[in-house]
Ligand binder design. Sequence first.
Ligand SMILES: C[S@@+](CC[C@H](N)C(=O)[O-])C[C@H]1O[C@@H](n2cnc3c(N)ncnc32)[C@H](O)[C@@H]1O
Length: 273
Amino acid sequence: MQIHETAFVVSTYRSMYETVSQDHFAKLWNNPKTDALIPNILKTISKDEALLHALRNRFFYEFMTSYFEKHGGGTLVNFGAGFSMYQFQLSEQVNTIEIDKKDIIDHKKDRIDQWMNNGALPKRNIEYLALDFNEDSEAQMVSTLKPLIRKAPIFILVEGVLFFLDQKTCDKLFSVFAKLQKKGDCIGSVSYLPEVEDTKVYKRLLHYFDSNNDTEDPFSHQTTPQKYYENLDGYQLLEAADGFGLSKVYAKAHEALIKKEILNESMYILQRS
Ligand SMILES: C[S@@+](CC[C@H](N)C(=O)[O-])C[C@H]1O[C@@H](n2cnc3c(N)ncnc32)[C@H](O)[C@@H]1O
């Protein structure tokens, strides 16, 4: 599996639980190749993966909706955006900057332009930027991004990405964020706590990636302690949540999840101080 295929998988998950994710556009990306991968993932890793990804989306959707409503719009900068569709879930007062590897960005821009032109999607103000977080320097990222940001406040999202990076790249990204943001701007981040590494389900996830990595893509397997966020220079940790807790809020009708049997990701909201 290539890293970009994970973006298709996550998008399909959101479409499988549309009421939970509130992403009514995710299904536009559904395709037979991804559909063929999903049953095996749900069987060999965990049956709850689709619901958990829908919950993750819902958490950020809810926070960003009220954040941008409060400020009358702003800019969402989505690092490793994949095929996420927040730009259409949020109001037209929000500008979006979509960042990912070049193949994803080219494909996404192409399809989105088509869908906005034929009325399948509402019109939005979207910029696209191809970056490789491992390769590009901090200075390059800051200087290419700065001119694209035209509306405050800035919400930076890094969702479902840190797992694939190493610590050095992760530190570089957070340093880029600090250079782009001003007091009151926010970050939404997702990572696994180190204790998740001891669960059988996480071992199955690593095994899945190791045995299905048919490319040169560097798959790091990173987990991040909450202290990393608590100690981040220039930021205050505003909120922390996890998939298990969110299921009790947004998926009450769903069969209860068993904490140690799910891939329980943690979601964080940080504010620039
Ligand atoms: C699992 S997907 C998540 C996509 C999206 N954020 C979501 O939650 O639907 C991971 C994304 O991170 C991107 N990514 C991973 N490593 C990257 C890197 N070194 N530079 C840029 N993007 C990267 C992938 O291309 C992919 O789109």
